[in-house]
Design a protein. Structure first.
Length: 139
């Protein structure tokens, strides 16, 4: 599914083997996969209904610099008692690419403010893609 974004950017929603992710698509049609299954959760997952774009002036022009998407997942670390968990996947966007920088577990309303603070920090490194079963960083 292709979803319109801001300033000509779009999000391409992907679903493979009951695991969801998105790719950021630039106005020039460059595609940057965020690979949620590798950096947010390996569990079965679905995406929240909305994306929050974070904007800033870049070279005098208002541009998206981050996007926050809610990821609902099934934690099966205890097979007898699987539980639903949610994360806010924070991805930075630059002219050269996009990547997930944080996965904030949603334990209360403060998770959104925390995710926004991370989204506004353009110096955060990308999360590695050698995730085992949980987010590498939870805020």
């Amino acid at each position: 599914m292709d979803c319109p974004g801001v300033q000509g950017f779009r999000l391409l929603m992907l679903d493979d083997d009951e695991r969801s992710s998105i790719s950021v698509v630039t106005p020039e049609r460059r595609v940057f996969p965020l690979d949620y299954r590798d950096v947010v959760t390996r569990g079965f997952s679905t995406l929240g209904a909305k994306a929050e774009w974070r904007m800033a002036k870049v070279d005098g022009k208002l541009m998206p610099v981050a996007v926050i998407v809610r990821v609902h997942s099934l934690d099966q670390s205890d097979l007898e008692y699987p539980k639903r968990v949610s994360f806010l996947a924070v991805a930075k966007i630059s002219p050269d690419g996009a990547c997930v920088t944080r996965a904030v577990e949603v334990l209360g309303p403060e998770a959104y403010e925390q995710a926004r603070r991370f989204a506004n920090d353009r110096h955060l490194e990308c999360l590695r893609t050698d995730l085992k079963s949980k987010p590498q960083m939870k805020g």
